[in-house]
Ligand binder design. Structure first.
Ligand SMILES: Nc1nc2c(c(=O)[nH]1)N[C@H]1C(S)=C(S)[C@@H](COP(=O)(O)OP(=O)(O)OC[C@H]3O[C@@H](n4cnc5c(N)ncnc54)[C@H](O)[C@@H]3O)O[C@H]1N2
Ligand code: MOO
Length: 405
């Protein structure tokens, strides 16, 4: 059986760069920017007044002039005049383009406007260029403004808009087909019999996909009956990323692996030495579609998506940074198995590191509630002592992507 890292690396070897598309910036939140963005002009594009006041030439100040004749008033959005004579100033508003001959702004608070159209400076000292944002001080035309790949998060949206990127170049996310399986599983609107359970994983998988802005093109539930299962899986393989849930371990009704083989799926691996999530199966279709058959237990479904599906997407989006970050586990943890174990970890306000809490196995429906990440108890380490360092994968899919920049 493959170890966690072997399985992960096998999936990484199948990663292929996603195609790109241009979408309206208004739809780009949380999509992944595919190309670096260069400044289309200088930023700021003109010497910009940062205060309401007057614009003068420092040379005049240095020559002892303290009272300036107001030549005209320049508001933001106005074309700028090009000349200024000795002893003249412009009245100027914040955001306005300051005429080149003027190089210094005096705030309104430091001025007295006289009835005969002059401005008197009431300051002992001033410095050249004060309150004036210099053209190009933020970015020069053609300078690299934003690197890629990068998440179009709330802060980037504003920057892209300022750079005039109304059509954002982003990766085209693969279309998804979801199939949940199991005779005992019923829709959440239905009142279950005592031997039935609700199809929670369908909603879990939907939410996980939505966080990645993955377009879910089909989503169905099917019984364990092989013919129905085969038809449902075949239909799902029309999509590029196929997520199957349940029916993948060793039971007599676990037909998923066999049916996938019959449908021509090349099995990359079946079973990984991890807990939870051991029965995971990953396969490919010749045209490069990838199939993840995730174990049915809710915690196993959650973990295998976070550990493997997200890792695959991360690679397809061109990210190369390590997804786990070294953190501290403040409560000791013991493990008997020789498997790599993964468990929900929790942050507490004002406290350092992460905690964890025991639960009754991977069928527990509340194990992940409120968790902030996934801790990794490495296979050959039986004890994690109090305040030991462990690798932690953030719950937020983009957390570790955003951080390194
Ligand atoms: N003899 C063995 N038995 C099992 C093994 C094994 O290695 N040998 N592995 C165990 C492990 S570990 C897991 S995890 C489960 C996974 O089994 P399956 O992927 O085949 O999943 P099912 O048997 O269909 O279901 C398991 C469990 O999850 C519930 N379930 C299924 N689908 C959903 C859903 N959509 N929403 C919520 N809950 C769901 C299902 O009712 C079962 O309770 O196999 C062990 N067995
Ligand atoms: O791998 Mo299973 O997820 O332990 O129940």
């Amino acid at each position: 059986m493959l170890t966690y890292l072997e399985a992960r690396d096998k999936i990484r070897s199948m990663v292929k760069q996603l195609p790109t598309e241009r979408i309206p910036l208004a739809q780009a939140l949380n999509r992944i920017l595919a190309y670096p963005i260069f400044a289309d002009r200088d930023y700021p594009p003109f010497n910009r007044a940062a205060m309401d006041g007057v614009a003068i030439r420092m040379e005049d100040w240095n020559n002892g002039i303290r009272e300036f004749r107001i030549r005209t008033t320049i508001f933001a959005g106005m074309e700028t005049p090009t000349t200024i004579a000795t002893g003249e100033c412009y009245k100027i508003m914040t955001g306005a383009a300051c005429p080149i001959p003027a190089d210094t702004i005096i705030r309104k608070e430091d001025l007295t406007f006289t009835p005969n159209g002059t401005a008197l400076i009431r300051r002992e000292s001033i410095s050249r260029g004060q309150h004036l944002a210099q053209r190009g001080e933020d970015l020069k035309k053609n300078e690299l403004a934003v690197t890629a790949p990068r998440v179009c998060d709330i802060s980037l949206i504003g920057t892209l808009a300022a750079l005039g990127i109304h059509q954002a170049p982003v990766y085209k996310m693969p279309t998804v087909g979801i199939v949940t399986t199991g005779n005992e599983v019923v829709d959440i609107q239905q009142q279950p019999e005592h031997f039935q359970i609700r199809n929670s994983n369908q909603h879990l998988l939907r939410a996980l996909c939505e966080q990645w802005q993955l377009p879910i093109r089909s989503c169905q539930h099917v019984s364990d009956e092989p013919k129905a299962l085969s038809a449902a899986l075949k239909q799902a393989t029309q999509q590029q990323l196929i997520l199957i849930n349940g029916g993948v371990s060793a039971g007599d009704a676990d037909h998923v692996p066999q049916i996938l083989r019959e449908l021509g799926v090349e099995i990359l691996f079946h079973k990984v030495s991890i807990k939870p999530g051991k029965p995971l199966l990953v396969g490919f279709l010749p045209e490069g579609k990838i199939i993840f058959a995730l174990p049915g237990n809710p915690l196993s479904c959650f973990m295998t998506f976070k550990l493997f599906v997200e890792d695959y997407l991360h690679g397809c989006l061109g990210f190369t940074n390590e997804r786990f970050q070294t953190s501290t586990l403040t409560i000791p943890r013991f493990k008997k198995s020789s498997l790599d174990e993964f468990f929900p970890v929790f942050r507490h306000a004002g406290e350092y590191g992460y905690t964890w809490k025991p639960h009754h196995g991977s069928g527990v429906i509340t194990a992940t509630v409120g968790c902030d990440g996934i801790g990794w108890h490495v296979h050959n380490k039986h004890v994690i002592a109090e305040n030991d360092s462990i690798p932690v994968l953030s719950l937020h899919p983009f957390f570790n992507i955003i951080k390194p920049y």
